[in-house]
Design a protein around this ligand. Structure first.
Ligand code: SDX
Length: 430
């Protein structure tokens, strides 16, 4: 095959085989090793998939070395400046920016799908009031398939589209309902006159006792946050959605699996963990102690909101959220001691060899919590907001997977290093 291939030689047996090299639009080439086991009787070993491409995708591209993020080829900075979340949803789902009539039709569909079946109220009432909202989200997203089974033929393109629309439209209603339930306030219905981000804030903060006006600054900040969280290649939760979906489970069940994966503090749960960490630091004078803890191999503590599997440069989303958090705090509370701590922490870490050598930069979660706090989102809802933004990415990736004519169920192999074959010993002989 020549230069468009790699050769793998097994030095133990002398066997040697060539495997094709596949070349991307952007990013590293990949060795197509799908026939490795059948040809050479060996597996690859890559826990955490640090060197493994799990699929082909046209949706999102990250250049981790340069800190570049593209949605369908468009830079995140341009989309953040010129687009809005629903337009980004259309782009991620359909691959192209919409013409005006396409956008208006899409936005209208999402708006009109935002109500949920009234049965959700009794479903919600089954949860403890003090349940973490993400626990409720895992349950409620999965339960959507118990209410919307009229569109679960996963190979039917119309059903694929309807389910994606329903999840994008209803995730805000479900999220706000989880919050209202946890604080014992009446659940609000969506208002079709409001924009997507505005409607969420209305459902979160409106009370029957008085008129609630959504602050346009808050709605704009939230819309930007949702754009920045919309998709991110094959991250842990997206890979979970793809794997769950590869068994032909319905998209609501696959999305529910994604919610569970996103919840972890190593992933989407980091935004909540950052706020907790900043509050624990409490004062800039305590920063060195926490930096030392993060560097101590005997301490499991990590600097939350720092580091990334792919970005070995500044996360472009963190740059945009850092600027937004400063803008919104200047225009609302004037200052936030937690932002001061975050800025100082970043400054110190960026000069520390431990972080510099490991290329550990602030990621999307480092400043997002401070912005959420400035627009009055409670800490235990931070990862829920991440879930809202990422739902469209999960649906775009799920659709790309389910529509792939060469799709197979995801089923990794392993390196077994357990007990060798042995015979059963009767209890009285042990
Ligand atoms: C998200 O994948 C995505 O795209 C995710 C995401 C998305 O949009 O979907 O971007 C969203 O999940 C962002 C990440 C949020 N998580 C955090 O902020 C939690 C803190 N970060 C770390 O847990 C960690 O950086 C990860 C999980 C994000 C990445 O882990 P990796 O790639 O497995 O890196 P690693 O554990 O191999 O770390 C390499 C070295 C290690 O030290 P050595 O063994 O080489 O001495 O860096 C160290 C790690 O101990 N390290 C850290 C650190 N992150 C890595 N040390 C202190 N603090 C940290 N935050």
């Amino acid at each position: 095959m020549g230069k468009e291939s790699i050769t793998i030689t097994n030095n133990a047996t002398g066997a040697s085989e060539e495997f094709p090299l596949l070349h991307p639009t952007h990013g590293p080439s990949v060795a197509d090793i799908r026939t490795l086991y059948s040809k050479m009787g060996i597996f690859t070993y890559d826990p955490g998939f640090k060197s493994t491409a799990s699929c082909k995708s046209k949706i999102t591209f990250i250049d981790g070395e340069k800190g570049i993020l593209l949605y369908r080829g468009y830079g995140i900075e341009e989309l953040a400046e010129k687009s809005n979340y629903l337009e980004v949803c259309y782009l991620l789902l359909h691959g192209e920016l919409p013409a005006k009539e396409e956008y208006d039709k899409f936005a209208g569909i999402i708006t009109r799908h935002s109500m949920v079946h009234e049965g959700f109220k009794s479903f919600l009432a089954g949860f403890r009031r003090d349940a973490h909202p993400m626990a409720i989200m895992v349950g409620m997203v999965g339960a959507l398939s118990a209410f919307y089974h009229d569109s679960l033929e996963i190979h039917n393109p119309k059903h694929q589209e309807i389910s994606a629309h329903r999840l994008i439209a209803k995730i805000t209603t479900i999220a706000a309902a989880a919050y209202k339930y946890s604080i014992g306030q009446p659940i609000n219905y969506p208002d079709n006159k409001l924009g997507y981000a505005e409607n969420f804030l209305h459902m979160m903060f409106s009370v029957p006792a008085e008129k609630y006006e959504v602050d346009p600054l808050h709605a704009k900040a939230l819309d930007l946050i949702l754009i920045l969280h919309a998709d991110h290649e094959q991250n842990a939760s997206t890979s979970t959605v793809r794997l769950a979906g590869s068994s032909e489970a319905n998209p609501f069940a696959a999305a529910s699996a994604g919610v569970g994966a996103l919840w972890g503090p190593a992933h989407g749960g980091a935004n909540e963990a950052v706020l907790t960490m900043l509050e624990e630091i409490g004062d800039v004078k305590n920063i060195p102690k926490f930096i030392d803890k993060a560097k101590n191999k005997d301490d499991s503590f990590r600097l939350m909101g720092f580091g990334h599997r792919v970005y070995k440069n500044y996360d472009p989303r963190a740059k945009l959220i850092k600027k937004m958090s400063r803008d919104i705090i200047e225009k609302t509370d004037g200052n936030d001691p937690l932002l001061e701590i975050a800025l100082r922490l970043e400054e110190i870490a960026m000069k520390d060899d431990y972080f510099v050598e490991r290329k550990l930069f602030p990621n999307v979660d480092f400043y997002s919590g401070i912005t959420y706090k400035a627009i009055r989102i409670p800490v235990n809802m931070f990862t829920v907001v991440f879930t809202m933004g990422r739902m469209v990415g999960w649906m775009a990736q799920w659709a790309e997977m389910i529509q792939d004519p060469k799709r197979v169920i995801g089923r990794p192999r392993q390196l077994y290093d357990g007990a060798a074959t042995r015979s059963y010993i009767p209890m009285d002989k042990r």
